[in-house]
Unconditional design. Structure first.
Length: 515
C-alpha cells in the first residue's frame, strides 16, 4: 500500500519536475503535449472498456467519445494558443509573463475516470505544470494505467521524469495528506461535494466543481421531434454519468403530449403513476439516491425496480406534479432516469427550471429547446446557472463536446455554486501572469520585446532527477557514518549512551531514505 511518505516522494519529484519544465519554451511544450494527446487517443478504446469493466458504470462506445475528446480533441480546441511565451500589449505598454502553478494535484472521479485523467494531465502539461493524479479507489486500475501511459509519452517526448505521476493505491487519509501538503500548489477537484469541500478546506488553493441538477425546458416553439431525440440521446450518453446530464424535463402543456410520443419513438419509456412510485421507492428508498443506479442502463434500473420495459429502452421518464424539494424526482440522478412535469406557459417553465436549480445544482447548467430568442434570454437570465445549452443535448452541450464551450471534465459553478471557478476548466486556470507595466505617459517609451523569451528549448539531454529513484525496489545509499567525536565527558557510561543514540538516529534516517 502507498504510504504517506511515498506520496510525499511523488510530490517532491513533481516539484523538481515542475521547476525544470517551467524553463521549457513553447516549441518543446507543444511537442510534449502533442505526444501525450496522441498516446491517449490511440488507447481511447482500450481504456473505455477497462473503465466500464472496473466501475460497472457507463457505455464503452460513449467513453471512447469522451476519451478522444479529452485527448486529441483538447489539442485541436487549443491549437495555436500559446500558454508559454510572453504576451506584449504595445498600446497598453504591458508585458505579461506566464507563471505556472507548479504542482497540480488532480483528483479523478469514478464516473469519468480516464477522460478526466486525460483532460487534467494535458491541461497541466500545456501550462508547464507537473501533475500528480489521485484516482478514485473504485476506478483505480484504469486511472493508474492511463496516467502511467501519459507519463511515459511525456518523458519520451522530452519532459522531465516525474512531470506526470499517479497515486497507485489511493485512500482517503493519503489523499487528504496530499491535499494539505505544502508542496501541492493547486488542487483540481472533480467528484462529489465531500471531495470538493475537503479540497477547499485543505489550506491549499483549490479549483472545484459543484453538483449538477440540470433542468431542461421545451417550449411551444421548439422542434419537438428534434428536442425529444436530443434529450434521449443526451440522457442515454454513457448512462448519464456526466454531471451535465438532464435531470428534470419541463414542457409546456400545449406540446406535452406530442413530446411524450416523440420521446417514446426515440427509445424512452414514459412511466405511469404506479411505475413511477416503484421507481421512487427503489431509487430513493432512504430519501437519498441509491448509488447502485449510477451509470447503469435504463433496462437494468427498471428490472430492479420491478418495472417491465423492453431491453432496448434507453430512458425512463417519470412524470410528477410539483417542483418541490420533497419530490425526490427533482434531485440529481446520474442515470438514464428523468423527472417530467408540465407548465401552462413559457414564463412558468422558466420559474419551474429556477425552482429545480434552487433545490440543487446552482451555478451549474441548464438546457432549453426553443426557437424564441426572448424565451431563451429570459431562461438564461432567470435560472441561476453559468451555462445554458440551446437546442442540443446538455450532457455533451455544457461539457463542450457538442458546442463551442471549452471541452471540459471539470465544470465550475462560480460564486452561486460555491466554486472557485465559474467556467469550464481551461488551461488559463492553471496559470498566473506576471505583468510588466511601463509608465502610461506617452512621452515615456517602452522598448521592443519582440523575440524575447526567458525560456529555452531543452537539448536531447533531459534534466536528470537528483535521486536515483522513488521506487522502493531501488534503495538509496545510507549516509556515511561519522567517527564518534572525542568525549568531553568524564562519565564513560554517558559517552557510550550518546554514541548509541547517534547510531540509532543515523540508522533511522537511513531507513527513512530507503522508504
Amino acid at each position: 500500500m502507498t504510504t504517506i511518505n511515498q506520496a510525499g516522494h511523488l510530490l517532491e519529484r513533481a516539484r523538481w519536475a515542475a521547476a525544470a519544465y517551467a524553463e521549457y519554451d513553447q516549441s518543446a511544450v507543444s511537442a510534449i503535449v502533442n505526444a501525450v494527446a496522441e498516446a491517449g487517443h490511440a488507447e481511447a478504446e482500450r481504456f473505455a472498456a477497462a473503465a466500464v469493466a472496473e466501475t460497472q458504470m457507463g457505455v464503452v462506445a460513449d467513453k471512447v467519445v469522451k476519451n478522444r475528446a479529452c485527448s486529441r480533441g483538447i489539442l485541436d480546441f487549443y491549437r495555436g494558443q500559446d500558454f508559454v511565451s510572453p504576451r506584449v500589449d504595445v498600446e497598453q505598454k504591458i508585458v505579461e509573463i506566464p507563471r505556472p502553478a507548479g504542482v497540480v494535484l488532480a483528483l479523478a472521479p469514478t464516473t469519468n475516470p480516464v477522460a478526466t485523467v486525460y483532460f487534467k494531465v494535458i491541461l497541466a502539461l500545456m501550462t508547464r505544470n507537473a501533475v500528480v493524479v489521485a484516482p478514485h479507489p473504485r476506478a483505480r486500475q484504469c486511472s493508474v494505467d492511463a496516467a502511467q501511459l501519459l507519463a511515459e509519452a511525456a518523458v519520451a517526448a522530452g519532459a522531465p521524469d516525474g512531470i506526470v505521476s499517479v497515486v497507485t493505491e489511493p485512500s482517503i487519509p493519503l489523499v487528504e495528506a496530499l491535499m494539505a501538503d505544502e508542496r501541492t500548489d493547486v488542487i483540481v477537484a472533480t467528484g462529489g461535494t465531500g471531495v470538493v469541500r475537503a479540497a477547499y478546506s485543505s489550506g491549499n488553493p483549490a479549483l472545484g466543481v459543484g453538483p449538477g441538477n440540470v433542468p431542461v425546458f421545451v417550449d411551444a416553439s421548439a422542434d419537438i421531434e428534434a428536442a425529444a431525440r436530443r434529450i434521449v440521446d443526451s440522457k442515454a450518453f454513457d448512462n448519464s454519468v456526466l454531471c451535465t446530464n438532464e435531470s428534470v424535463l419541463i414542457a409546456e402543456d400545449a406540446i406535452a403530449a406530442k413530446l411524450s410520443s416523440a420521446l417514446t419513438r426515440n427509445g424512452a419509456h414514459v412511466l405511469d403513476a404506479e411505475a413511477t412510485q416503484r421507481l421512487r421507492e427503489y431509487m430513493f428508498a432512504d430519501g437519498a439516491l441509491n448509488t447502485e443506479v449510477v451509470g447503469r442502463s435504463a433496462a437494468w434500473i427498471a428490472e430492479r425496480a420491478g418495472i417491465r420495459v423492453t431491453a432496448k429502452t434507453r430512458l425512463l421518464v417519470a412524470p410528477f406534479t410539483d417542483v418541490i424539494s420533497e419530490e425526490v424526482l427533482t434531485h440529481e440522478k446520474l442515470c438514464p432516469v428523468i423527472g417530467f412535469t408540465t407548465v401552462a406557459d413559457a414564463h412558468r417553465g422558466v420559474r419551474a427550471a429556477r425552482a429545480v436549480v434552487r433545490i440543487a445544482g446552482a451555478g451549474h447548467s441548464a438546457a432549453i429547446h426553443s426557437e424564441d430568442p426572448r424565451v431563451v434570454t429570459e431562461f438564461a437570465a432567470q435560472v441561476p446557472v453559468l451555462r445554458v445549452s440551446v437546442n442540443v443535448g446538455n450532457s455533451t452541450g455544457s461539457s463542450g463536446l457538442e458546442t463551442n464551450l471549452a471541452p471540459s471534465m471539470t465544470i465550475g459553478t462560480g460564486f452561486v455554486g460555491r466554486s472557485g471557478i465559474g467556467e469550464n476548466l481551461r488551461p488559463d486556470n492553471l496559470l498566473n501572469w506576471t505583468r510588466i507595466a511601463y509608465n502610461a505617459d506617452a512621452g515615456v517609451p517602452m522598448p521592443s520585446f519582440a523575440g524575447i523569451t526567458p525560456w529555452r528549448s531543452p537539448s536531447s539531454a533531459v534534466p536528470a532527477y537528483p535521486r536515483a529513484s522513488n521506487d522502493d525496489s531501488v534503495a538509496l545509499p545510507a549516509p556515511p557514518r561519522r567517527p564518534a567525536p572525542v568525549s568531553r565527558s568524564a562519565d564513560p557510561t554517558l559517552d557510550t549512551l550518546r554514541a548509541e543514540l547517534r547510531a540509532l538516529v543515523v540508522e533511522e534516517l537511513a531507513q527513512l531514505i530507503k522508504r
